[in-house]
Design a protein around this ligand. Structure first.
Ligand code: HEC
Length: 162
């Protein structure tokens, strides 16, 4: 060994240094790949890695059923939007069919014409929040969207074209 300092002084130390030089990086790489592999990173809101989703992916083709996956069925039930006609019949017909409390009647074009002139958004707003003797309608589990659909149904049957 010439002049410069080295911690490796014997053949035995050289062998240990070489072995460690190989083994340590290999162990680190193996640990890193296991660490990364153990943590799938699905996109936000994804359920790709749930046990159920995995079972569905690996299930034999012959057992595919026509049923929607459970999660989808629940979402559909929760977000089922009633049609304008359904909402009208459930919630508005009491006043607007016969003109109770002075409500403009269903199908009465003359009564509706000046109101239609205010525009769709104004009519939706007064239905959602209430106007005169009509209370706020976006209540009792009815969404603003459903009330808007009911306004469309009512007004379009009365000379409007929203
Ligand atoms: C309690 C009786 C009552 C119920 C229930 C009712 N309305 Fe009315 N509605 C009225 C009355 C009364 C008016 C007239 C209000 C006024 O102009 O002072 C009116 C007016 C309206 C107008 C015209 C608003 C405007 O700005 O001129 C719309 C649109 C309307 N109702 C839609 C609906 C819809 C849609 C429903 C059901 C979701 C509904 N109403 C339920 C009594 C009712």
């Amino acid at each position: 060994m010439s002049g410069h300092d080295t911690p490796i002084k014997t053949p035995k130390q050289l062998i240990i240094a070489v072995v460690l030089g190989f083994v340590i990086p290999v162990v680190v790489i193996v640990l890193l790949t296991r660490f990364i592999g153990a943590q799938p990173k699905p996109g936000a809101g994804s359920n790709l890695f749930t046990a159920e989703a995995t079972a569905q992916r690996v299930a034999p083709v012959s057992t595919v059923s026509t049923e929607a996956p459970k999660g989808v069925a629940v979402a559909a039930a929760v977000t089922k939007v009633r049609s304008g006609e359904e909402v009208y019949k459930a919630k508005c017909v009491g006043c607007h069919a016969a003109g109770a409390l002075g409500a403009p009647k269903f199908g009465d074009k003359a009564a509706w014409a000046p109101r239609i002139g205010q525009g769709y958004q104004a009519l939706v707003n007064s239905s959602i929040k209430g106007k005169g003797k009509m209370g706020a309608q976006a209540t009792g589990g009815y969404t603003e969207e459903e009330i808007a659909a009911a306004v469309k149904h009512l007004v379009n049957a009365s000379g409007g074209s929203f």
